[in-house]
Design a protein around this ligand. Structure first.
Ligand SMILES: [Ca+2]
Ligand SMILES: [Ca+2]
Ligand SMILES: [Ca+2]
Ligand SMILES: [Ca+2]
Length: 541
């Protein structure tokens, strides 16, 4: 028995040594990452690739970072429109595309003709704050996360704006697991465009058959959280997965037909539909919120749907809104899935409209600023106002816009951390110290920069001056001689606000009040003057 214990102990020690630090980490992909893809490591600890131009390929292009191998992070020194002649195919794992670092109006990607913008074909991928609007040509997607016969996992897409694809804007297929798409705008999939089936505007498809093409497994562990689906004919989303999915706090607006589908096409599709918000628009002809489908052969395989807290297209009501070829799929206990921040459907709609999509950038001092483009702004206003239509072509809504180039942050040692920010937090702007972790919280120093978080330590060289502060001063009067004034007077204390970064109101202004004049004396008393000022009364003898 003791021997057995020793063997197990030895094995445990060996295991602890053998597991690389990265795999042991429970650090999130970034603060705010949620769902099954939340622990994606992306390019953490790897090389920094600067995107310095808007070229399709070559040195300094986004493609150069995408096709490189090894852990890597793409940071941007320029904003603008990148027109791609072929998809950005991500085949090498461990990549973070930090679109929030792009100056000016950020990065928008488009295709010159046909094909996807991104084809994601590997694991450990983080894509944040990128706008991609595909355009006509074939049956394309903004991002197709799919590779026949290859397992793709640990993928998180956050604050992307994805539109103008011809098939589904976002397609997840074959064998994908541990995937999150969150806080993104998935809109205006092109309808009567270049799809072989004809008009085909679709939002998001996540699935995969549990057949030979998927290694017998299919896709599972899907999180679809806090996204805005707008002006897509249907699939907002469509899940035909072989495992667990969670669809929480999304807002969907103006589909033609049914808002969302769950297809029971392999044994075991378990989806939690929680606190989503549906709103009809000018193109909507159906009030069906969620429809259950059998597989293409008509078989309704095993699975369930947990449906709770959703605001429906039928005057807010989701009850009796499920229909289709599979009955008795509703359960009262949700499938086991990661805990995610969940708010009620109406509040979620407001939060999504306020901050979904590629709506922000991070400045050279690590602060976030808003920069949602006019296309996303128009779509969000459509949702609020009940306006807008499903489109056939980008030209229906004015076509692509070119984001402002901006000015990239100076970064002398090219470690991804701007000189300004390094100076503020006491890093060495002449040494690549991006992969250290000063405060030991699991996020490397450069991640702290592009996540807009505190890397630890004191701000030693602030380069900005606070413009407004509030302080409640306390002040003390000293009176000589002591007297008891009557009446009221206005006091205007003189405050000196020293612009330090800590808002500790330790200001003590001093003020020397003038004595209150004696304005009169009672009968039998007389005023005493001293240096022509009345100072007191004295009794007349
Ligand atoms: Ca630097
Ligand atoms: Ca440095
Ligand atoms: Ca850190
Ligand atoms: Ca930190």
């Amino acid at each position: 028995m003791y021997k057995k214990f020793l063997i197990i102990l030895t094995l445990l020690i060996l295991l602890a040594v053998a597991i690389p630090a990265q795999a042991q980490s429970n650090t999130l992909a970034f603060p705010g990452a949620e769902g099954f893809g939340a622990n994606t490591v992306g390019g953490r600890g790897g090389a920094i690739y600067e995107v310095t131009n808007l070229n399709d390929s070559g040195t300094g292009s986004l493609r150069a970072c995408v096709i490189a191998s090894g852990a890597r992070t793409c940071v941007f020194k320029v904003g603008g429109l990148i027109t791609l002649s072929s998809p950005l195919t991500i085949t090498n794992p461990y990549i973070t595309i930090a679109g929030q670092t792009a100056p000016g109006g950020g990065i928008t990607l488009r295709k010159s003709a046909g094909g996807d913008v991104f084809t994601t074909q590997t694991h450990d991928v983080i894509i944040r704050y990128i706008t991609a609007r595909t355009g006509a040509g074939g049956e394309n997607h903004v991002n197709q996360v799919a590779k026949n016969g290859v397992e793709l996992y640990n993928i998180i897409i956050d604050h992307n704006s994805m539109s103008w694809g011809v098939d589904s804007n976002l397609d997840i297929w074959y064998r994908v697991r541990d995937f999150t798409v969150q806080w993104s705008i998935i809109s205006e999939a092109l309808d009567c465009s270049t799809h072989s089936k004809g008009c085909h505007s679709k939002g998001l498809l996540a699935g995969g058959y549990k057949g030979s093409e998927s290694g017998g497994k299919g896709s599972e562990n899907m999180s679809i959280l806090n996204n805005l689906f707008a002006h897509n004919g249907e699939r907002n989303p469509l899940l035909k997965i072989c495992g667990i999915g969670q669809v929480i706090n999304n807002t969907s607006y103006n589909p033609y037909w049914t808002f969302a589908h769950q297809q029971f096409s392999c044994n075991g599709s378990y989806v939690n539909w929680i606190n989503n918000y549906h709103k009809r628009g000018p193109d909507s002809t159906s009030t069906t919120d969620l429809k259950f489908l059998a597989d293409d052969g008509g078989t309704c395989f095993a699975g369930s749907a947990y449906v709770s807290g959703n605001y429906g297209a039928n005057n807010g009501n989701w009850s009796n809104a499920y229909s289709g070829s599979c009955a008795n799929k509703i359960v009262t206990v949700p499938a086991v899935a990661p805990a995610v921040n969940t708010i009620n459907a109406t509040l979620a709609k407001d939060a999504v409209l306020a901050s979904a999509g590629n709506n922000a950038g991070v400045a050279c001092d690590g602060t976030w600023y808003n920069r949602r483009d006019s296309i996303d702004t128009r779509v969000v206003n459509d949702v609020k106002n009940g306006t807008g239509r499903i489109i056939d072509s980008p030209s229906d809504v004015g076509g692509w816009i070119t984001p402002a180039a901006g000015v990239g942050c100076a970064d002398g040692d090219k470690d991804g951390m701007p000189d300004t920010w390094e100076g503020m937090y006491g890093f060495n702007p002449a040494v690549k110290d991006n992969n250290a972790d000063k405060d030991g919280d699991g996020y490397t120093n450069v991640e702290e920069y592009f996540n807009g978080t505190d890397p630890g330590g004191v701000v030693v060289n602030p380069t900005f001056t606070p413009t407004t502060r509030t302080a409640t001063p306390t002040h003390t009067f000293t009176q000589t001689p002591a007297q008891t004034p009557t009446g009221t007077r206005a006091v205007t204390p003189v405050l000196t606000l020293t612009p330090t970064l800590t808002l500790a109101p330790t200001i003590t202004p001093t003020q020397t009040p003038t004595n209150i004049p004696v304005t009169g004396c009672p009968l039998g008393w007389r005023l005493l003057f001293e240096n022509s000022r009345m100072v007191t009364c004295y009794r007349i003898k």
